[in-house]
Design a protein around this ligand. Structure first.
Ligand code: PBE
Length: 302
């Protein structure tokens, strides 16, 4: 009997733990209570290297949130969007690092928080950055890269396909097929190159950059280049262009999000200007958090 008890007790304890685990679902958002304690003063972020993480740290300081114990949790885009998905299904409170273009704004009812101090800047453009000397070495590629530009809506069309499980290269090819006039405006009059010269693009595997990099790579392949694309962290991506290891990247969110690397490597790359106008970066919350509309509200809600 004693022996049996010794065996049963831990089993019972474990069962109890499991059952209580199931019932301690995080509580729904309560607009009448301060927000901070409801989410453990935590903003759900993405990969440590992202510009939005550095800007959010700055926002926490500038809005006086750091001293109130607010913190930014590092994870990944995939982990953040899955946490957001779960929170929304259960009507739970959550604050995330958000940006546009991204399918999170199409898929979920979320809103940007106002940023009266403009820590995240008013709006962002995405620039194309190439290595020095590309214009002389590969003028046809340079010309196409210089002309490349599209809209947030167009970029989203590719992103959503990839989010639905389509292979990025396939999604890029299909987008190109469906937009012949747009693509022609990037390539018209450019001579096809012979001998399959190589061209290397680097990028960070954010959804937006997976879309743009694959589309540009496909268009350059159409011009005769043997294009490779390589995903890496943000700092090595900038370094790859600065050291001529790679030819181009189309992932520079400016003037704020990529500012650190833009300044660190200034003079060691060529900025071909905007390829997408009207991107946006900030903090975001589900729309059912009706009384949280500004970053200031995280504070006032203490
Ligand atoms: N993002 C997407 C990136 C740039 C593209 C906003 C997550 C960042 O550096 O934060």
């Amino acid at each position: 009997m004693k022996k049996k008890l010794r065996f049963l007790l831990p089993v019972a304890l474990l069962l109890g733990l499991l059952l209580s685990g199931c019932s301690t679902k995080a509580p729904e958002y309560n607009a009448k209570k301060p927000l901070g304690p409801q989410i453990n003063y935590t903003i759900t972020g993405i990969d440590a290297g992202a510009g939005i993480m550095a800007t959010t740290q700055k926002a926490l300081t500038e809005y006086g949130l750091t001293k109130d114990n607010w913190q930014l949790q590092t994870s990944s885009t995939a982990a953040m969007t899955s946490t957001l998905d779960k929170a929304i299904r259960h009507h739970e409170p959550i604050v995330i690092t958000g940006w546009q273009p991204h399918w999170m704004f199409t898929k979920y009812p979320i809103k940007f928080l106002k940023d009266p101090k403009h820590v995240y800047g008013k709006s962002e453009n995405i620039h194309t950055i190439v290595r020095k000397g590309l214009k002389q070495d590969k003028p046809e590629a340079y010309e196409m890269l210089d002309r490349f530009h599209w809209t947030p809506t167009e970029m989203s069309q590719v992103m959503i396909q990839v989010n639905n499980g389509k292979d990025p290269e396939r999604a890029a090819k299909e987008w190109i097929q469906a937009h012949p006039d747009q693509v022609k405006s990037w390539t018209k009059g450019i001579k096809k190159v012979s001998g399959h010269p190589t061209l290397k693009m680097t990028y960070v595997a954010w959804d937006s950059e997976i879309a743009s990099t694959n589309v540009v790579a496909e268009v350059l392949r159409g011009l005769g280049y043997k294009v490779t694309i390589q995903a890496m962290e943000m700092q090595p991506m900038w370094a790859s262009i600065a050291t001529n290891v790679a030819d181009a990247q189309v992932a520079a969110w400016l003037p704020t999000t990529s500012a650190k690397y833009y300044h660190d490597y200034q003079g060691k790359f060529v900025d071909l200007g905007t390829n997408l106008k009207g991107a946006r970066v900030g903090l975001a919350v589900p729309k059912y958090m009706t009384n949280i509309n500004s970053i200031e509200d995280l504070k006032n809600n203490e």
